[in-house]
Design a protein around this ligand. Structure first.
Ligand code: HEC
Ligand code: HEC
Ligand code: HEC
Ligand code: HEC
Ligand code: HEC
Length: 370
């Protein structure tokens, strides 16, 4: 991996200067083969930035479509097709990724963040304006922790004999972006030994394995670990206790599970919906703004950035009493978590209290893939 990484980096650097550029999970060797050539071509490239597709969006959708190389089991509601993009008042369940950035009708304008602005191409937004396909900066969206397999659910093997299931405990908020292959590397009676790889899918040399010597995870060949575990025990993988798994059934050497833990690979911070406001600043209005007076020019929108009853008029429900689609309190609700109105920090109304960027079909009866 390293040799090719440096090679491409050197060539690309002659075109665009870069600081140290790594690729985080799942775009590394954990969920794809993890080479730069997955997305880039150093000669005869069809797209700008030496992209191997006509444009950056096509590069994203070439994989973000289960009909191509995307592993099965991803909980992202794929494929996302061009026609799934949302057109106000018409249809769609994904935020547009190819619209003109300046859209006065929908209160949108060019982003102010320089990294995002640089990725407005020919006046249009693109996946890469909001996402960084290389690095995953947790601080940009600490609440967007996502795992490719559902936590708390007994999960069948990705490969090998099917005699055991693995359950991922919901990762701690401190979890690091990382892709995992967890493989049974040996058995002793009813107990088993495990090995972990973070680049199991690499085609650039052999995967690197980590085994447990009874004290910690150390780099080592498959079969050289000594720590034995039993089914039912919570086993901490190599991210402290942030990522833990338990097993049920009978272990067999060679069976393995693939999954990853990551955040949303955002290009800039979306804490307190800051990213939405990069482009939709005109809709950053409080109840004071909305109360007017009007001047025939200002366009008013629903207040954001404040708590319910911020205007003190007593007609809002208390945060704890917000209703679900079936009229019951949201806390008990209709059992559909994806139609809940989420107040930021349990108190504050944001754009994302009512909107979601992806997999939002505007139908409160269906549970959306998230
Ligand atoms: C998952 C797809 C993907 C992978 C894998 C990938 N890139 Fe990129 N890369 C992109 C896209 C899309 C762009 C253009 C948008 C942007 O600037 O981020 C880009 C842009 C770049 C740029 C220009 C950055 C700038 O500031 O203009 C460099 C340099 C680069 N990539 C190097 C690499 C190297 C080196 C690797 C392998 C270690 C790599 N990329 C792997 C998708 C990818
Ligand atoms: C070589 C294949 C490949 C390409 C090209 C690719 N991706 Fe991915 N990406 C994946 C895989 C595999 C995953 C894991 C989820 C899945 O199964 O789709 C993933 C996951 C993600 C995630 C989700 C992380 C999470 O929270 O789960 C984001 C965001 C993402 N990709 C953005 C992009 C963008 C933006 C582009 C284009 C610039 C792109 N990807 C191009 C393979 C690819
Ligand atoms: C890079 C700029 C950009 C960012 C960031 C951005 N938007 Fe948008 N948004 C736009 C543009 C441009 C349109 C108009 C699309 C069109 O012309 O169809 C739009 C349209 C929309 C629509 C109307 C689409 C529909 O469903 O009918 C909603 C809702 C929306 N944005 C919400 C958000 C939210 C919520 C966020 C933050 C998570 C956000 N936007 C972040 C640029 C952006
Ligand atoms: C207007 C900004 C914007 C655009 C354009 C956009 N995304 Fe996203 N995307 C986000 C944000 C914000 C999140 C985090 C959502 C959250 O916190 O729940 C996200 C989350 C994701 C995820 C993680 C799964 C999920 O639902 O949270 C994937 C995968 C992804 N985006 C891929 C893409 C791809 C591929 C494209 C282009 C086809 C794209 N995005 C276009 C803003 C955007
Ligand atoms: C209280 C819930 C709520 C909040 C908060 C909210 N929206 Fe909306 N938004 C809606 C609803 C419902 C619609 C569809 C009805 C309509 O077209 O007016 C909508 C429509 C839109 C549209 C498309 C139609 C139009 O009027 O242009 C855009 C763009 C949009 N919202 C952006 C945002 C942004 C950006 C924020 C945060 C600054 C935000 N919204 C906050 C509920 C909300």
């Amino acid at each position: 991996m390293r040799t090719r990484w440096l090679g491409i980096l050197a060539v690309l650097s002659t075109v665009v200067p870069v600081a140290a550029l790594g690729v985080d999970a799942p775009h590394d060797g954990s969920a794809t083969v993890g080479t730069c050539e997955n997305c880039h071509m150093i000669h005869n490239a069809l797209g700008g930035t030496l992209i191997n597709a006509p444009d950056n969006n096509t590069a994203c959708s070439s994989c973000h479509n289960p009909l191509s190389t995307t592993p099965s089991g991803a909980r992202l509601g794929l494929p996302w097709l061009t026609e799934d993009q949302a057109f106000p008042g018409k249809s769609g369940q994904q935020h547009r990724w190819d619209a003109l950035a300046d859209s006065p009708a929908f209160g949108a304008a060019q982003p102010t963040d320089s990294g995002m602005l640089k990725r407005i191409k020919d006046g249009r937004i693109q996946c890469a304006a909001c996402h960084d396909p290389h690095a995953d900066v947790k601080a940009f969206d600490p609440t967007a922790l996502h795992t490719s397999i559902a936590p708390g659910v007994a999960t069948a093997v990705t490969g090998g004999t099917t005699t055991m299931t693995m359950t991922l405990t919901a990762p701690a908020a401190a979890a690091v972006t990382r892709g995992y292959r967890v493989q049974v590397e040996g058995i002793s009676g009813a107990q088993f030994r495990l090995a972990i790889s973070h680049n199991a899918k690499t085609t650039d040399g052999a995967p690197i394995w980590w085994v447990n010597n009874g004290t910690s995870w150390v780099q080592g060949a498959l079969g050289t670990g000594t720590q034995l575990w039993s089914t039912g025990a919570a086993i901490a993988l190599d991210d402290g206790t942030s990522v833990q798994v338990t097993f049920t059934g009978t272990a067999a050497v060679g069976q393995f599970w693939d999954f990853y833990v990551s955040y949303a690979h955002l290009r800039a911070s979306n804490v307190a919906d800051a990213m939405c406001l990069q482009c939709h600043a005109s809709r950053n209005q409080t109840h004071v703004t909305v109360e007017g007076p009007g001047n025939g020019v200002t366009i008013f929108s629903h207040p954001v950035g404040e708590a319910l009853n911020a205007n003190g008029k007593g007609y809002d429900r208390a945060a704890a009493n917000v209703l679900d689609a079936n009229g019951a309190l949201q806390a008990t609700g209709d059992g559909n978590p994806t139609n809940d109105l989420t107040l930021d920090g349990g108190t504050t109304v944001r754009c994302t209290t009512c909107h979601n960027v992806h997999n939002a079909d505007s139908n409160s009866l269906t549970t959306d893939a998230r």
